[in-house]
Design a protein around this ligand. Structure first.
Ligand SMILES: *Cc1c(COP(=O)(O)O)cnc(C)c1O
Length: 232
């Protein structure tokens, strides 16, 4: 067995256990294999092991990899620059990183021009208010959603967050539970084509804690593919 298939087996076990412990169904959960910086060979290996959702944080990598494996779901999980929106819109199933009205306006504009009916997006939240991270603070969410509701091709599906790195993942549970409450709260005031079904939270370091607090998508890179080497 390859590294990747063994790692996936372990991850799936851990996901299953976390679901059991929190009385949740495993099929409520989508595993996104975060394949940023990985060669296509690794991605194909994960695909052969049954992975059908991949996450990337750079448009160039999506443009490179998506044509080589087009019958899976590609997720844009990284900060999206407005001038790259057009290139990526028909390549991804979900943008996890909607973090400004300007970006949403650009998505609307390009969706109109490409005749894409709906672009599914998650609002990225920066709950710990870390300066190094993208995302909205909690107090901005309501006004943000009001602005988005004017854009009929932007379909909100939920929230996403990158929690702080902590030694003990349990420390992030409070934050994950805040996310769930926030989604529930805001779901009362959504435009009619939107919902708050998806909670994208939990990474290699803390996905079990996220599952226990209601995550519906976990984004796991390192624990599947090993440590990333950045040679840029
Ligand atoms: C890299 C990345 C991940 C995966 O992180 P790991 O710690 O490698 O599991 C998840 N989400 C986002 C937004 C990322 O950029």
């Amino acid at each position: 067995m390859s590294h990747i298939s063994e790692a996936l087996e372990r991850i799936r076990d851990r996901i299953k256990r976390a679901c059991e412990q929190s009385l949740r169904k495993v099929d409520e959960l989508t595993l996104i294999a975060v394949s940023k910086t990985r060669p296509i060979e690794d991605i194909l290996e994960a695909y052969r092991c049954g992975v059908t959702n991949f996450g990337e944080n750079k448009v160039v990598e999506i443009l490179d990899k998506q044509p080589k494996l087009s019958d899976v779901n590609w997720h844009m999980i990284g900060h999206l620059q407005r001038n790259k929106v057009r290139k990526v819109l028909d390549k991804v199933c979900l943008i996890h990183s909607l973090d400004s009205v300007d970006l949403a306006v650009q998505i609307q504009k390009q969706a109109e021009s490409l005749e894409i009916d709906k672009v599914e997006c998650l609002i990225e939240m920066n709950l710990a208010m870390e300066e190094s991270k993208f995302g909205l603070s909690t107090d901005k969410l309501k006004a943000f959603v009001d602005e988005i509701s004017k854009l009929d091709r932007v379909r909100l599906r939920g929230l996403m967050t990158v929690a702080p790195y902590v030694e003990n993942a349990e420390e992030n549970r409070r934050l994950f539970s805040q996310m769930r409450e926030l989604a529930l709260d805001i779901s009362k005031d959504l435009p009619h084509n939107s919902d708050m079904t998806i909670l994208s939270m939990g990474m290699s370091n803390d996905f079990e804690a996220a599952i226990k607090e209601g995550a519906t998508m976990v984004r796991i890179g390192t624990d599947i593919f090993g440590d990333r080497k950045y040679n840029v």
